[in-house]
Design a protein around this ligand. Structure first.
Ligand SMILES: *[C@@H]1O[C@H](CO)[C@@H](O)[C@H](O)[C@H]1NC(C)=O
Ligand SMILES: *[C@@H]1O[C@H](CO)[C@@H](O)[C@H](O)[C@H]1NC(C)=O
Ligand SMILES: *[C@@H]1O[C@H](CO)[C@@H](O)[C@H](O)[C@H]1NC(C)=O
Length: 377
């Protein structure tokens, strides 16, 4: 049946739930784990999704699905959906990345998009370990990333399980996007970031990340961000930063993290920058964190990377830590605040913080309340 016709039939049967299904199997996709799914995704989008989104807009149906049915697929080339509006990539199948040293870029990019839903009971298997033989991150430095929403608003990302991307898993840049009820499961090694978020009013909730790098992390610029009900295993924690060397326009404000579990981690909650950064990080709230063997559980440092010269003026202020418990590691401070001499960290407030198995807290150029040894502002 033609997609439009099937939509009409559905519309008659159940108008409120009618949708148009554009299956990759009708546009060159083959569930043989050998045929490249990339061209089929593009063709399905161009020949079925785009034309039918117009029908949705004129009220014929309620949604258009770019549908990857159950089955095994090889995704051997990158796909970019540019100017994507008002449709749903629904992945019910398993998508496998090949090992190909010349494969680079991002496998699935949504660019300049609005109101895109990415969901489905399927999975993407990145086979990232093949790009890092023996844990070597330098052999294929341009290995592919998995998913990127670039300049996208009002998108909803969920479900599809992501396994072991060669590089970062999900990057979201834009406003009012939601990521939820999803798992990322990757090797316990660097450059496997879970969620890197920037923009305004993005929301991440009910996600589980197992990897060896960022769990749910905020990048600049961000104004308004909420993360809740997050589980991070073997990650490098939930961080703000870094902002890149030489960035003098850092702007991160109004960020809330709550109900987060971090275990077996290189880092817990950090705000991390280079010493030459300037700008503002303010009004950040962390509550309900539970740590288990997390190095540097509470960490704010403008010397996270870079040459160590105290030249920057990043103003970090109004950071609150509430109801934080669990264990760190015996060789790292439970709380470390290491800020600029010229621009100290201000109003760093702690309440109900109880950490075990850590070295003594360390405060440099910071003021606040709630911990002994921390000067008041
Ligand atoms: C699909 O192919 C990939 C390699 O390209 C392989 O790793 C994977 O196991 C295959 N999946 C199935 C279900 O055969
Ligand atoms: C906290 O997060 C965990 C893990 O996502 C979830 O199971 C639990 O229900 C959450 N608790 C509350 C009070 O929302
Ligand atoms: C701090 O951020 C929270 C969460 O976004 C917001 O509700 C609150 O109004 C902000 N406070 C100030 C003083 O801007």
């Amino acid at each position: 049946m033609l997609p439009l016709l099937s939509a009409l039939v559905l519309a008659l049967a159940a108008p409120a739930y009618a949708f148009i299904e554009c299956s990759v199997l009708s546009y060159g996709g083959v569930a043989d784990n050998t045929t490249d799914l990339g061209p089929a995704l593009t063709k399905t989008w161009q020949q079925c999704v785009i034309p039918n989104v117009n029908s949705v807009n004129s009220g014929v149906a309620t949604d258009v699905l770019l549908y990857v049915p159950a089955g095994n697929y090889l995704l051997a080339s990158t796909v970019t959906f540019d100017d994507a509006l008002n449709w749903n990539l629904h992945i019910a199948g398993n998508i496998y990345l090949p090992f190909n040293p010349s494969l680079t870029g991002t496998m699935l990019t949504f660019e300049n998009c609005n109101n895109i839903v990415l969901n489905g009971p399927g999975a993407i298997y990145g086979n990232g370990y093949r790009y890092r033989p023996g844990g070597d991150l330098t052999l294929y430095p341009n290995r592919p990333r998995l998913i990127r929403f670039q300049n996208c608003n009002n998108c909803d990302i969920s479900a599809v399980t992501l396994y072991d991307a060669p590089m970062f898993h999900v990057t979201v840049i834009g406003n009012n996007n939601v990521v939820h009820n999803q798992a990322i499961i990757a090797s316990h090694i660097g450059e496997t970031d879970g969620y890197d978020m920037s923009g305004n009013n993005n929301y991440v909730h009910d996600v589980n990340v197992e990897n060896g790098d960022e769990c749910v992390t905020v990048k600049t610029p961000t104004n308004g961000f909420l993360a809740e009900n997050i589980v991070c295993k073997w990650t490098a924690g939930c961080n703000i930063g870094s902002f890149g060397a030489g960035n003098t326009a850092v702007d991160v404000q109004n960020v809330v993290y709550k109900n987060v579990t971090v275990s077996n981690s290189d880092s817990g909650i950090s705000i991390k920058s280079y010493p030459d950064n300037a700008g503002v990080v303010k009004n950040i709230s962390y509550s309900g964190f539970s740590f288990d063997a997390a190095a540097y559980p509470l960490y704010v440092s403008v010397f996270w990377a870079g040459d160590g010269d105290d030249t920057g003026s990043l103003q970090i202020s109004d950071v609150t830590y509430t109801s934080i418990s669990g264990s760190g590691t015996p060789t790292r401070p439970g709380v470390l605040l290491d800020c600029n001499k010229a621009t100290p960290c201000k109003a760093i407030d702690f309440s109900g913080v109880s950490l075990t198995d850590t070295k003594a807290n360390s405060f440099t150029n910071a003021c606040g309340s709630g911990l002994s040894g921390l000067p008041s502002c």
